[in-house]
Design a binder for this molecule. Structure first.
Ligand code: ADP
Ligand code: ZN
Length: 718
């Protein structure tokens, strides 16, 4: 059987993702491999598929018991015999598994490192008597002090290569910088390892930041649009997780809290309920998440500012592991940043404090960005990312700007009159002519006193922030946040420099009208899945992912052969559950006079299906408007003219849909051009459009280059 055949047969997928195929080939050739892939990228398959194809036993080292159970359940449901050995099992259970291993009935065995090498353990000798063919080390960064999650027990794994010198080892992780990577290779003693580093971009996650005002109302507005979805809400303090969960319950949401201070039984209960979709929302501190493999988390909200980008990215990364569009929302307030600054200071350790403060500062910068958020994140992780992503809040909105020169002049002169000695609150009080006693009497005599009374406090805050981010003002970093003029200020004050600010912050709803799915049917399918999962005593997503249900409700398969084309239906799942899912689809179609749409399903459908009857038409200027016009047959030039936007903006919009798969690359670029552009990108890289355009010449427009780049990103070829 070839890898691709096994992929379909055992996992029900028709294509490999990222570099899975190359990685699997290396493993099958008996080579050591280090794999870096973002969370949700599909690391497990890189050792599970070889395990199925190879003769013998694959040992998987994994740090978390919760994760082991999840993985083993998933494998068993797919008809792949797998088991784990850990301290939670009774001697009888352990004996049973040992017997199964002896008679070669198990393909994958999951173990914690201390189990393998712990003192008094004779497991290693037992395993050496078995035909071990592959060793996989999950969360391999845990072996390095440089990583963010060092676990001393991982150091024992250094002995693996001595005990099993001939067996290939695949180490996998989602986070490891250069230093950690080297450390992993050394500590594990890997032999001529091949390294595979995938892009860290989580293309299906839309990043959004909104200024925190009334966080509970903002949260409700967000959640009301997502009533059926699972999500995680992160708070900074334990107390606020409990309060927020209670408040949400009062509003009728299914929510529970989770934090390290709760007793273990309660924690386990809430986590389990979340995994099984009995609870939709978990309100948690960052203690929650590590090892949560739930694939259908549709959104992650940060109600408080995270301490650094690393944490933020890892937490948001828990959304959308199934590849479906998912949201990351951050409620940002500068007050939070100031609060965190106090925590960032490590007493008696200046160097450490400086690092923490710098990391916090990068997080604040991210929150205040006026440019593509994804690009910032990718650059933060040292990954080149060309152009705009087209799928973060910044890229999705066309901010309306207005001439704010006068406003800027008022603000700057207030700062000047105060001799650059006060922070924004004081400056705003002065501008608004506050009667507060905090404002000194002499300042109430200044000419600038009250000249900005027509603008609300909140707007002033936003304008001042923008003036800072545009470089017309600066803030001291000594902890007092004093506003200072910059060398750009003078030109504004003298009227030589026009200033434009954002008029109103519109958060656009992303919308892709592709093939509508049948919402009623989807609900029925979810109920069936829940029943099956209940019977089998596993979380629902282990039976089938949300993506698979969504596809069924979209493409309406009528026969088992058609059902096989739905992502996630391998042979065993098809045989076990196929009929159970087919019957309601057929009934529904009969009732509503619908027929199969399976022919509309292209090979890579998993990210395509999208709510058809979404009613968020309130937004204007979104990428989806361009998309709809394009679908109605208009050319890019016509769309640009109709919408009064630059053609490059429209091209950016449409490239996003190429990226999601809603537009086929050949709708924008012909085969020949595509190949030429692709070659150029492969030779010169895709970071900068300018040089590519130069190489390609007049025959290729920027739009065409962008389109091919989007397609290459989609297919993981850059
Ligand atoms: P990671 O361990 O990298 O966080 P997983 O191995 O849990 O990610 O994979 C995330 C999800 O993607 C799982 O639901 C998995 O079944 C799915 N998946 C993996 N490879 C493919 C593929 N080639 N096609 C479709 N889905 C895939
Ligand atoms: Zn963007």
């Amino acid at each position: 059987m070839t890898p691709i055949q096994a992929l379909q047969k055992y996992f029900g997928y028709s294509e490999f993702r990222h570099q899975q195929e190359a990685i699997i080939q290396h493993v099958l050739n008996g080579q050591d491999v280090l794999t870096l892939m973002p969370t949700g990228g599909g690391k497990s398959l890189c050792y599970q598929l070889p395990a199925v194809l190879m003769d013998g036993l694959t040992i998987v080292i994994s740090p978390l018991i919760a994760l082991m159970k999840d993985q083993v359940d998933s494998l068993n449901v797919n008809g792949i015999p797998a088991a784990f050995l850990n301290s939670s099992q009774s001697p009888n259970e352990q004996q049973y598994i040992t017997d199964q291993l002896k008679s070669n009935k198990i393909k994958l065995l999951y173990l914690a490192p201390e189990r393998l090498f712990g003192s008094g353990s004779n497991l290693i000798n037992f395993l050496k008597s078995l035909p071990v063919c592959l060793i996989a080390i999950d969360e391999a960064h845990c072996i390095s002090h440089w990583g963010h999650d060092f676990r001393p027990e991982y150091l024992m794994l250094a002995g693996l290569k001595t005990e099993f010198p001939k067996i290939p080892v695949i180490a996998l992780t989602a986070t490891a910088d250069e230093l950690t990577r080297k450390d992993i290779l050394e500590k594990l003693n890997l032999h001529k390892p091949a390294e595979f580093v995938s892009s860290f971009n989580r293309a299906n996650i839309t990043y959004r930041v909104i200024p925190k005002k009334n966080s509970f109302n903002q949260l409700l507005a967000f959640l009301n649009e997502r009533k059926e979805d699972s999500g995680i809400i992160y708070c900074l303090s334990r107390k606020s997780t409990e309060e927020l969960a209670a408040d949400l319950k009062e509003e009728g949401f299914s929510a529970e809290a989770y934090h390290a201070g709760m007793d273990n039984a309660q924690k386990a209960k809430n986590q389990e309920a979340f995994l099984r979709d009995d609870v939709k929302i978990i309100v948690a501190t960052i203690a929650f998440g590590m090892g949560i493999n739930k694939s259908n988390v549709r959104y992650v909200v940060h109600v408080d500012l995270p301490k650094n980008i690393e944490g933020y990215y890892q937490e948001t990364g828990r959304a959308g592991r199934d590849g479906l569009p998912s949201d990351a929302l951050l409620l940002y307030s500068y007050g939070d940043a100031i609060k965190l600054q106090r925590f960032a200071k490590v007493d008696g350790n200046e160097d450490q404090s400086a690092i923490m403060l710098k990391k916090l500062d990068d997080m604040v910068k991210y929150s205040q960005l006026q440019t593509c958020r994804r690009q910032y994140l990718m650059h933060y992780f040292d990954e080149a990312f060309p152009d705009n992503c087209g799928s973060c809040d910044i890229c999705l909105s066309e901010y309306e700007k207005f001439d704010a020169t006068l406003i800027a002049q008022k603000a700057l002169s207030a700062v000047a009159r105060l001799n650059e000695r006060f922070g924004s609150t004081y400056v705003i009080d002065l501008l608004r002519g506050s009667r507060s006693e905090k404002l000194r009497e002499e300042h109430k005599q200044l000419k600038t006193y009250g000249i900005g009374a027509d603008i609300s406090k909140a707007d002033w805050q936003r304008y001042l922030r923008e003036l800072v981010s545009l470089g017309y003002l600066a803030v001291t970093e000594d902890g007092y946040h004093v506003l200072k003029l910059t060398d750009k200020s003078n030109a504004v004050l003298k009227g030589q420099q026009k200033v434009e600010l954002i008029a109103s912050q519109t958060i656009e709803e992303r919308e892709q009208e592709v093939i509508p799915y049948e919402a009623g049917l989807l609900n029925e399918l979810k109920t069936i899945r829940r029943d099956i999962a209940g019977n089998e005593n596993v979380p629902a997503y282990i039976i089938l992912s949300d993506a698979a249900l969504m596809e069924m409700a979209t493409y309406l398969p009528q026969t088992l052969d058609e059902l096989r084309l739905i992502s996630g239906f391998g042979d065993v799942k098809l045989a076990r559950y196929g009929r159970e899912f087919l019957i309601p689809v057929k009934n529904y179609c009969g009732k509503h006079n619908l027929s199969s749409r399976i022919k509309q399903k292209s090979t890579k459908p998993e990210r395509k299906a999208k709510k058809g009857n979404s009613n968020s038409s309130k937004s204007s200027n979104t990428a989806s408007d361009s998309f709809n016009l394009f679908r109605s047959g208009k050319t890019i030039a016509e769309i640009a003219a109709a919408r009064n936007l630059a053609t490059s903006t429209i091209e950016g919009h449409l490239s996003y849909y190429i990226f999601t798969g809603a537009i086929d690359i050949f709708e924008m670029v012909n085969e020949e051009k595509k190949l030429l552009i692709q070659n150029a990108v492969e030779s010169y890289g895709g970071e900068k459009l300018g040089p590519l355009k130069e190489v390609l010449g007049e025959d290729h427009s920027y739009g065409e280059i962008k389109a091919v780049l989007a397609w290459m990103r989609r297919t993981g070829t850059i």
